[in-house]
Design a protein around this ligand. Structure first.
Ligand code: THU
Length: 134
């Protein structure tokens, strides 16, 4: 699947964003290794801290359906600047994805930059760190 296609799906998912507090709507499209796509959008709650980002909503949706391995994610926010995943979402990616997982960061002009997870979260703390103790 081409990066541009994944971006278009993320743009569609963004329409479902529920952001009455920030007004900042985000969409995501997550490509699993088996070719399936899971979408996500941010959803805000009146007690702000319970808000979930578009990226995590896509990952947890996929995990809840039995998916464990992922290839790429596209993120859209309709902003002139490229949208980059927050720190919490990067850590969630690190739980399920390898360092070569592709993160497609888009802007309002439908341009995009592609990074690997290894670039955006180097030296992540992972399950392996626990296993090394045993
Ligand atoms: N948000 C995302 O969904 N993804 C990001 O990468 C950055 C931030 C959401 C969380 C909140 O609903 C709104 O954007 C403003 O921070």
């Amino acid at each position: 699947m081409h990066e541009r296609e994944l971006m278009k799906i993320a743009l569609e998912a963004r329409k479902n964003a529920y952001a009455p507090y920030s007004g900042f709507k985000v969409g995501a499209a997550l490509l699993a290794r088996n070719g399936k796509i899971y979408t996500g959008c941010n959803a805000e709650i009146s007690t702000y801290s319970n808000t979930i980002c578009a990226e995590r909503s896509a990952v947890f949706k996929a995990v809840s359906e039995g998916e464990r391995t992922f290839e790429a994610i596209a993120i859209t926010a309709g902003t002139d600047d490229y949208i980059y995943p927050c720190g919490i979402c990067r850590q969630v990616f690190a739980e399920f994805c390898d360092n070569d997982f592709k993160i497609i960061c888009t802007n309002a002009q439908h341009k995009y930059e592609v990074y690997t997870l290894g670039e955006l979260l180097p030296k992540a703390f992972k399950l392996k760190n626990y296993n090394d103790l045993l």
